[in-house]
Design a protein around this ligand. Sequence first.
Ligand code: HEM
Length: 332
Amino acid sequence: MQKNCFALSALVLALPFASAVGAADSAPDAGQVVAAIEGVFGTTPGERRNHIKGTCAAGDFVGTREAARISASPLFSGKPVPVVARFSLSGGNPKAPDVAKSGRGMALEFQLPKGQLHHITMLNTPMFGAANPQTFLDLMQALQPDPATGKPDPEKIKTFKASHPDNKAQADYLASNNPPASYASSSYWGIHTFKFVDKKGKATLVRWQFVPQDGEKRLSDDELKTAGGNFLESALIERTGQGPVRWDMMVSIGQPGDAETDPTVLWPAERPQIKAGTLTIRSAVAQKGAPCEPINYDPLVMAPGIQPTADPVLQFRSPAYAVSFGKRLSER
Ligand code: HEM
């Protein structure tokens, strides 16, 4: 049952995000965090506990030689790799309005030769709102609805903000950038630092952004008032009906001293970039019964050639997604 249908305002927006500096020594339990998400949004049996509202899509990815020089991943073979994609709104409210100033997600499952899989699960913000899982949990706890009002207690939110400066950059980004007019006209960032590993085992620290060839288009303030609650899915279906939609995977190369384990801190803008490939989305469809629906887009599912860093948020996502996945499977 949905408990809390308040529009995800500039705070909740920063939903899957935040970090309390120095508070991450003992990570919370994934079950506790998923229960806290359920406390904020309620539960919809059989469905994702976060990013519940989404749309399935399909296409392929072709990697470049430049990327193949620094990563042995089969993603960069130069041959088309089939992709099962899912676009989504953050949060666990299936009726969240598409104008909400919250995160949008792009999740990709690359179906590589010999049955190998690789997952990339991104947001439309360059940074996350939590440097560690404890900040994420603290945010969820601050957002629990007050039984008297059915809404979060503003005092608890104030206390959270004051004690968790690592949440600020993403919350500010979401508050000051209107949501995209279409899933097709948004960038999506990997946010975490990853390692590209070449054939000789040499590792390069990287971060990436999928840049839309359609260009970045956000809703204007007027459109925010008139666009309605459910336009993203139909816009993507319509757009793919007109022809393929493409994103370039732009990879930044890290330098010594760049943040490796903190997803709330950006790298300097002048880091060298390479184009690692192009994603082409050719079709989109409502998620019910479609191929993306049953997938657990665990970001630690990786083929050789790309490796995770010790980023505590990246490492925590895997058990948290497993809890949500287990629940939705067992409720079907
Ligand atoms: C402590 C940090 C985080 C927690 C606890 C968390 C939790 C979750 C959970 C429980 C789900 C639903 C999983 C399922 O049932 O399949 C989910 C989905 C998702 N998350 Fe996170 N998340 C976190 C951080 C992030 C970050 C840093 C990103 C982006 C870089 C991200 C992007 C997404 C996306 C795009 C989805 C939807 C995937 C799909 O379409 O199935 N999350 N998250």
